[in-house]
Design a protein around this ligand. Structure first.
Ligand SMILES: [Mn+2]
Length: 246
């Protein structure tokens, strides 16, 4: 045997960390509540002519001003065709009437994170935009309902993915359904390859999306805690399609 035999226990530690203590779940709930509060405050400020950068800066300002120590990750703020990029960063693009606006952000509060996505419409939505939105919402609700003890990550992913496939948009859901929520890089992973088994006191995102090139994309994301065998969304922001005038 080699004299220096080092084994890395990263995965073992991540598995242990995926089961949260009640005090950790309380901190994630507080981070989610702050996220909801900021989302409520930005809604009336979004308008045609606003730059993606401007909305991103406003979100960051409000989060830090309300006590977050940092953003949990670089906010994803996109509009129009750019919403077809699942993880697009904000740019100087100006928001226009008839466009989707994708808003994906989270905070770090007391060392614990939140991660929420809502997609809204400026002006008015076409029937295809509405169909895409309703499909993602149905997939998201199905995914949440599938989160339960003894389910695997791939089973939950498959339940949500099936809804999108049946609506004819399967090829446009190009990422996994979700990931653990906690201090960053958490388990469990929900995707087509994940054999991780869900158990009580895990917290994970449920974030299906449809991204159609040259049209746009929709993602809806909540953080969901599995508590006493009940899937419990921690975000309260509405998931009804929000159409913001001018
Ligand atoms: Mn996420």
């Amino acid at each position: 045997m080699h004299p220096l035999n080092i084994s890395l226990w990263e995965n073992e530690l991540a598995e242990i960390r995926s089961i949260k203590l009640p005090c950790e779940i309380d901190k994630i709930k507080a981070a989610c509540a702050l996220t909801d509060e900021v989302f409520t405050e930005i809604l009336p400020k979004i308008h045609v002519g606003m730059k993606e950068y401007e909305l991103s800066a406003l979100i960051t300002y409000l989060c830090l001003n309300k006590g977050a120590s940092n953003m949990a990750f670089d906010s994803i703020i996109t509009s129009g065709n750019r919403t077809a990029y699942p993880h697009g960063r904000p740019t100087g693009k100006v928001m226009q009437s008839g466009e989707f606006v994708m808003i994906d952000f989270g905070v770090t509060l007391d060392d614990y994170q939140s991660d929420m996505t809502r997609t809204i419409v400026l002006g008015s939505a076409t029937s295809e935009m509405k169909k895409i939105y309703e499909t993602v919402l149905a997939a998201q609700l199905t995914g949440i309902a599938s989160i339960n003890i003894d389910k695997t990550g791939q089973e939950v992913d498959a339940a949500a993915r099936r809804v999108i496939e049946q609506a004819g948009y399967g090829e446009y859901f190009s990422h996994g359904l979700g990931h653990g929520i906690g201090r960053g890089g958490d388990f469990p992973i929900l995707n087509p390859r994940s054999n991780m088994i869900l158990t009580n006191n895990m917290v994970m995102s449920c974030e299906p999306g449809i991204y159609v090139p040259n049209l746009g994309g929709v993602r809806i994301e909540d953080d969901v805690a599995l508590l006493d065998s009940v899937e419990t969304p921690l975000n309260k922001s509405t998931k009804n399609l929000l159409v913001i005038e001018g």
